[in-house]
Write a protein that binds this ligand. Structure first.
Ligand code: NAD
Length: 470
């Protein structure tokens, strides 16, 4: 936990570093990113092991965490192209105007617990590649990966101060939002913190990009490939113990009035969910690790209990209180759980559970499904499973969600695009990474120059030589 003085020192260090770093040639910044990419690759096993130990996700999920972050470092390696501005020659006689992309100065990043490598890597490499410094606050629950990445950044040649890691929780976040030196805040986390940070940072004149919670729906049409769809949904709903902002939290089965369509899908999903091994990440056979904390487990249990107990939902698979052998019997384990007969008023539909518990809602038509999705306050991700191209196209054209998958359960795009969560899942104008990410960390300066040419221009030196000889 950093003290107010340590925070001030960190911001002062970032300010000093930003003043120099912005003038470092873009090719040199690019070389730092290339070296960072190499170091992360060389140390990815160590990083993944550390994440798994600290956060509890399986080694393969931890590798995914590192890999998805590494992709943004690779984007940052193209710092030259990312820094391109534009120019119009001869806007008037002898006059040219160019727009130069410039860094903002000191930026800040605030991270959640669930992707301790990926989310910091969404932030500081692109900020640094475009000439900024960054004050970065990892989640207080798992700061280890950020510390390893910061060491690698230093080894890669990032000058002291360009990345300043600060530790803490609410007080440090508020100090970031209030500090006049910090020009922009990148945040990824839950709704309460996100809304607070967006309004506080904006009130203080900062740019903000704020990714928040989600309730991602997967719509399944009757013509979807049953095996592939159930497998994809099991991975997206139960993988990473459901602690993904892009986890599938709701499956919408389009039945056309035949509930057998829903039942067959739920049966397959239940078989898959039942076959997953719940346990500690230290066991190579584990598919579903623990939740982050006892509070997270209690919260998930309470949501499911309320939905089933007093609100009328049913359970098609109930592994909420999966029993493990000591010493893991007291762990935060919560196994794959499928809640059916869910309606939009129920708690399990309204809340982000952030555990491997998925709600199943049955509707009659594809348009009913689209209306359901569009009425949900969140807009992070969604998917449709079908073998009909025209049905998929109709869905894509009419659904109001930032990231859409067609037979793809977790449609996070590669970083030549941006992470385009929308509506209640995102506050701000410029999304993370891709072209929007570059725009977020830079601002344009336009320069208009007047250089009218006459025949004697450039010849004054010659004239001077001639004069001395005569
Ligand atoms: P969180 O909101 O509890 O914490 C995120 C960060 O905000 C932490 O650094 C924390 O210290 C700080 N914080 C928390 N409450 C605060 C407050 N009241 N005031 C000031 N700062 C505060 O989130 P989490 O539990 O770490 O992460 C899980 C959440 O993040 C989920 O809702 C998930 O959907 C979301 N998430 C979203 C995305 C996305 O891209 N949309 C990605 C990952 C996680």
């Amino acid at each position: 936990m950093c003290t107010p003085q340590e925070f001030e020192d960190a911001v002062a260090g970032a300010k000093e570093a930003a003043a120099t770093w912005r003038h470092v040639p873009v090719s040199a910044r690019q070389r730092v990113m290339l070296k960072l990419q190499q170091l992360i690759n060389e140390n990815k096993d160590e990083l993944a092991k550390s994440i798994s130990l600290e956060q509890g996700k399986t080694i393969s999920d931890a590798h995914g965490d590192v890999f998805r972050g590494l992709e943004i470092v690779e984007q940052a390696c193209a710092a030259g192209w990312l820094s391109e501005g534009h120019c119009v020659h001869n806007v008037a006689r002898g006059v040219d105007t160019m727009a130069i992309r410039e860094p903002l100065g000191v930026t800040a990043g605030i991270c959640p617990f669930n992707f301790p490598a990926m989310v910091p890597l969404w932030m500081f490499p692109l900020a640094a590649a475009t000439g900024n410094s960054m004050v970065l606050k990892p989640s207080e629950k798992d700061p280890g990966a950020t510390m390893m990445l910061a060491e690698m950044a230093t080894e890669a040649g990032l000058p002291p101060g360009v990345l300043q890691v600060v530790h803490g929780a609410h007080d440090v976040v508020n100090a970031i939002c209030d500090h006049p030196t910090i020009k922009a805040v990148s945040f990824v986390g839950g709704d309460a913190a996100g809304k607070h940070i967006y309004s506080r940072a904006c009130a203080n004149g900062k740019r903000a990009q704020v990714n928040m919670g989600a309730k991602n729906h997967a719509v399944v049409l009757p013509d979807a490939d049953p095996e592939a769809t159930a497998k994809a949904l099991a991975g997206a709903a139960f993988g990473a113990a459901g602690q993904r902002c892009m986890a599938i939290g709701v499956i919408v089965t389009v039945t056309g009035g035949d509930m057998g369509v829903r039942d067959r899908l739920v049966d397959k999903l239940a078989q898959l969910g039942d076959s997953l091994k719940v346990g500690p990440a230290s066991d190579d056979a584990t598919d579903v690790g623990p939740l982050i904390s006892p509070e997270a487990k209690q919260r998930a249990l309470a949501i499911v209990e309320k939905s089933v107990g007093s609100e009328g939902a049913k359970l098609a698979l109930d592994r909420r209180t999966v029993a493990l052998e000591p010493p893991f019997d007291k762990g935060n384990f919560f196994g794959p759980t499928i809640i059916t007969d869910v309606t939009p008023d129920m708690t399990c539909y309204r809340e982000e559970i952030f555990a491997p518990a998925v709600s199943v809602v049955a509707v009659n038509t594809l348009d009913d499904a689209i209306s359901l999705l569009n009425a949900n306050p969140y807009g992070n991700g969604c998917g449709i499973f079908t073998s009909s191209g025209s049905a998929a196209r109709h869905f894509v054209a009419n659904v109001d969600v930032g990231q859409v998958g067609v037979n793809v359960p977790i449609p996070v795009p590669v970083p030549y695009f941006s992470f385009t969560g929308s509506r209640g899942s995102f506050h701000g104008d410029l999304n993370f990474y891709g072209k929007n990410g570059v725009a977020f960390y830079t601002q344009y300066k336009t320069v208009t120059s007047n250089w009218k040419f006459s025949a004697s221009d450039g010849m004054s030196g010659l004239h001077g030589v001639g004069a001395s000889q005569s």
